[in-house]
Ligand binder design. Structure first.
Ligand code: P6P
Length: 334
């Protein structure tokens, strides 16, 4: 519905559902539930400083990373919100070793799988810097009521929807079902996401580059030359670019999505495969970037959405953002 508030996310999801002939509302219902889970996480994140929910949880995740209390909270919130909806046959989380089947006590036979990073940018949680949640949604491919590994290891070009929440100066929800990228801002007074950034398109060429320069000594020469290009003096091509790096992928990505620019996480001596995770970081953001007119490639210049995954938590290098800036980066990769 459109009220004095503007277009609610419910209205936008329904509008989009009508563009999919034969849609019965399962996907829409699933997205509604996911949005509620993200609102709960936003509420906790925004008052974290006032509660005993900051700091470390005293556990580590599959990645070997020390879990923050909010990491565990966000992960549990999404799992418990989504596992009994009947829409999913399984889930996969950055925080959990293997995929998460739907418990037998809950409705079975869901048509979708959900993969997510429940709280990305954990190192920034306790210092009040923007963090986010990222998700990918695929259609179940395997036969039978339960999901199988093949349902989770699909290339991004099979994805049906992706998005993220960014918990910053305001809470935003950005998603795409393949019909463009739409951004919603949470009205905390009403508790509803209102359409604030319809049909986001990234500038074809930006003026920002985002990379952790502290890793320079671990880079190969191609990477050093690429980054040096963006900071060389050449007015005709708008260089030097400005450096902006928050250390929260969602926040860095969201800024570049709207303002234009390129985010790079190259492979290096410490992370030869790259640091970021393919299934629930690179692929969903690549889907969004392409829907907004940008692109995303790995260290070989290959389209992220065409990578055929072989492992749930596999990592990748990532060069993502404005079309022309990623095109420039590709020239240094080959
Ligand atoms: P570095 C956060 O831990 C994260 O996974 C992404 O959100 C972020 O882009 C990246 O790692 C930052 O890594 O090595 O620059 O601290």
């Amino acid at each position: 519905m459109t009220t004095r508030l503007g277009t609610t996310i419910t209205k936008k999801i329904m509008e989009e559902q009508r563009q999919f002939p034969g849609a019965k509302g399962d996907f829409s219902g699933m997205l509604y539930e996911l949005v509620v889970a993200l609102k709960v996480i936003a509420y906790e994140v925004n008052k974290a400083g006032l509660m005993n929910i900051l700091g470390q949880a005293g556990t580590t995740n599959i990645q070997g990373e020390i879990q923050q209390k909010l990491d565990v909270f966000a992960n549990t919130t999404i799992i418990h919100k989504m596992d009994h909806t009947g829409y999913l046959c399984g889930m996969a989380s950055e925080e959990v070793d293997d995929y998460i089947p739907i418990p037998d006590r809950h409705p079975q036979g869901g048509k979708y799988v959900l993969l997510f990073d429940p709280l990305d940018g954990s190192s920034n949680i306790d210092v009040n810097v923007s963090i986010g949640s990222i998700f990918s949604i695929f259609k179940k491919k395997s036969t039978g009521p339960k999901c199988a590994a093949e349902d989770f290891l699909q290339p991004g070009n099979q994805m049906i929807a992706a998005g993220y929440a960014v918990y910053g100066s305001s809470t935003m929800f950005v998603y795409s079902t393949g019909l463009g990228v739409h951004g919603f801002t949470l009205d905390p007074g009403v508790g509803e996401f209102i359409l604030s950034h319809p049909n986001i398109k990234s500038p074809k060429k930006g003026g920002i580059y985002s990379v952790n320069e502290g890793n320079r000594i671990f880079w190969d020469d191609k990477t050093k030359k690429m980054v040096d290009y963006f900071v060389s003096d050449d007015k005709a091509t708008g260089r030097p670019y400005s450096s902006r790096y928050i250390g929260s992928l969602v926040a860095d990505f969201h800024r570049n999505l709207t303002k234009g620019g390129i985010f790079m996480y190259p492979p290096d001596k410490r992370s030869p495969q790259g640091k970021l995770r393919l299934m629930y970081e690179a692929i969903p953001l690549a889907f969004i970037a392409e829907q907004a007119g940008g692109q995303a490639v790995d260290a070989t210049g290959k389209r992220i959405l065409d990578i055929v995954p072989t492992a749930l938590h596999q990592r990748t290098a990532l060069y993502i953002g404005s079309n022309d800036d990623v095109e420039t980066a590709k020239k240094f990769l080959v």
